[in-house]
Design a protein around this ligand. Structure first.
Ligand code: TGC
Length: 395
């Protein structure tokens, strides 16, 4: 197959442990057997296939990089490889795994009390409970410091009011990790600190409405969320998160998964282009025998290879506890930007048929527009790197 052709030239396997190769193979098989046969129809019908959640849990992919509480405890590279293979299926399914594992479960694992961890993590690892992560607001996602959602004290209770937007899985979630300003000097570093709350989605006043009309990530769910006088017990607050470093700590995890995941979408596009290059004849010979086509394939392959090696480098740093947010920005910016370029170049090789669902390329290209925007836009990551290089803040 063309993926084994890419694997053969690249030979990544020699850099991986047997355990990492095993996780990769299992995720590749999952994508091939459970996602690819249905994804074109699901994408067209904007259908989120809920029944796969339990299967992803049983396979160990939910919170797979977390320790204990029913989680697989896999290494950062194994998790990244799983993200890559799932996103070679569809960005929507890698996003599901990211929102559940890297955002909602990570928030509970990093900042939750022992009771909160025991209550939620084992059920989330199996997929019996779904989580979402409510940070972004309708006025824009790039500046969480401008958050308007508030949590105020009423006796021992907390009462939350506000609106969130683009919240993945919110309408099917059992629990929402909601970030809100706390207007109480007793909490956080001074008044109005940002804190996290675990909100069972059955709580009166919590409402999630799927966003319609998306031309990207159609096989997954993103929602508007409204919080109207959502009353929570005192122990709903995440005790370990104070200030914006709380949600940013989770975004780091999700951005890391994207560094790998986007390369999966890119690989899928390159595979389609290679297949077409050898099977489609124009001017009396396979189009892959034309130098222009080979140059395109070579450039796509080089960027894929560089992107995966960068992801692997970041993964090894993460395993040593040495990965910095600026390094994650290098990876997120590069992977998604190059994956989009690869998708667009692959489309040119496919000719007119490239715009149909006979190939996965337009679906990946459309999905990657979302991936480029969430978890920090290209521009946000450029500015994070600009600040790291100059010590000057240009936000
Ligand atoms: P600033 O206000 O100065 O810093 C706030 C505090 O946060 C700390 N911090 C980080 N900590 C850990 N990891 C990081 N990556 C961090 N970045 C900042 C910072 O040290 C400070 O801590 P403290 O203790 O001193 O208070 O913020 P900044 O100037 O550092 O950051 C500005 C900027 C623009 C980089 C930041 O606001 C940013 O990254 N904006 C983009 C936000 C973003 O990615 N939003 C998209 C979220 S995607 C989403 O919510 C959807 S989830 C997916 C789904 O549901 O489908």
């Amino acid at each position: 197959t063309d993926v084994s052709r890419i694997d053969a030239v690249f030979d990544l396997d020699g850099l991986l442990t047997p355990e990492e190769r095993d996780w990769q193979q299992r995720a590749r098989t999952f994508a091939r057997e459970r996602i690819l046969p249905v994804i074109d129809r699901d994408f067209e019908q904007a259908h989120f296939r809920r029944e796969l959640i339990g299967e992803l849990g049983a396979a160990g992919f939910l919170g797979m990089h977390l320790q204990a509480y029913g989680c697989a405890g896999a290494g950062a590279v194994s998790y990244g490889l799983a993200c890559l293979e799932l996103e070679a299926g569809d960005s929507g399914w890698r996003t599901f795994v990211s929102v559940q594992g890297s955002l909602a479960m990570s928030a509970i694992a990093k900042y939750g009390s022992e009771e909160q961890k025991q209550q939620w993590l084992p059920r989330m690892a199996t997929g019996d409970a779904v989580g979402c992560f409510a940070l972004t607001e309708p006025q824009g996602g790039s500046d969480p410091a401008a958050m308007r959602t508030v949590a105020r004290r009423d006796g021992d209770d907390w009462v939350l009011d506000g609106d969130k937007r683009w919240i993945g899985l919110a309408s099917i979630a059992d629990v929402a990790v909601v970030w809100a300003r706390v207007d109480d000097p007793a909490y956080g570093e001074g008044a109005r600190a940002v804190r996290g709350f675990l909100v069972p989605t059955s709580t009166p006043g919590f409402a999630a409405t799927p966003i319609a009309g998306k031309l990207s990530m159609r096989a997954s769910v993103q929602c508007d969320v409204s919080l109207e006088a959502v009353r929570l017990p005192a122990d709903a607050i995440l005790p370990g998160a104070r200030g914006l470093s709380g949600p940013f700590g989770c975004l780091n995890e999700a951005r890391y998964g994207i560094v790998w995941g986007a390369m999966g979408a890119a690989r899928s596009c390159l595979e389609a282009a290679i297949e077409r290059s050898t099977s489609r004849e124009v001017f009396g010979r396979p189009i892959g025998a034309a130098q222009l086509t080979q140059a395109k394939l070579a450039d796509m392959f080089v960027e894929l290879e560089k992107g995966i090696l960068l992801a692997l480098h970041l993964g090894r740093l993460k395993e040593r506890g040495a990965l910095t947010p600026a390094q994650i920005s290098v990876g997120k910016l590069n992977s998604v930007r190059e994956a989009l370029a690869i998708a667009h170049q692959a489309r040119t090789i496919l000719g007119g048929d490239g715009i149909t669902d006979a190939f996965p390329v337009m679906r990946h290209a459309a999905n990657l527009e979302s991936v480029r925007t969430y978890e920090g836009t290209d521009e946000i990551h450029q500015l994070i790197l600009g600040r790291a290089l100059t010590d000057l803040d240009a936000f």
